[in-house]
Design a protein around this ligand. Sequence first.
Ligand code: IPE
Ligand code: IPE
Ligand code: MG
Length: 243
Amino acid sequence: MPDTRHSSGLGGPTHVAIIMDGNGRWAQARGRPRLFGHHAGAKRVREIVEACGVLDVKYITIFAFSTENWKRTQVEVSGLMSLFRRYIRKETRALTNQGVRVRFIGDRVRLDRPLINLMDTLEKETEFNAGVNLTIALNYGGRDEVARATQRLAEDVASGKLDPASIDEETLPRYLDTRVLPDPDLVIRTSGEARISNFLLWQSAYAEYEFVDTLWPDFTASEFARLCQKYGQRDRRFGTVKA
Ligand code: IPE
Ligand code: IPE
Ligand code: MG
């Protein structure tokens, strides 16, 4: 088992993004309702965020609810929304004590008012924390994010604030929800699925990927540390050839 304390070598990832998948199957395997799996999954987050502090991972972004997840049953969707409210209420103190700065990405428009208020408060309360940057993607979809960013960009063109001829690869990221975050270095997906399901499409253009079979509620700090170590051994060429 890798020891999380000895793996923050040079070249570890600065930003890790995680597609936390497999809660439903984890519950199903135990003959329990899917929401049981979501509750177990939410409990895993604290340990992974703590491990980031030890591993010198400065940014962690977790996929909690996608723009496509509204297609699930009303019972599951409303159960998840109440889990998010509960999670924020319950974790605020621990996150503050750990110096974690929390941000949310995704479209808030479809979320309920009490949840939006809790999200706003948590962001405000942790605004000056200088520890790990935890970003929670809630009602997030990469294509939706690019569409919303394009809308704002087009407004700036229409009002004369932005010259269309000046638009380059650096322009769009300034309109994305992630504008203050660096691009992810490593994207992890649990549960054996090898797809990205609309997560951080623009930002992950050059990320390294790890797809692991572990279901999210079974994912540990030790497995996380192993993946961060493995990342450190990869050769990221960004299109170049080594001299
Ligand atoms: C991921 O677990 C959590 C959310 C998408 C909210 P799933 O609920 O997708 O679990 P599986 O994939 O059905 O096992
Ligand atoms: C991706 O998982 C979204 C989250 C982890 C929140 P899904 O389980 O919704 O993705 P698909 O449906 O398998 O692509
Ligand atoms: Mg899934």
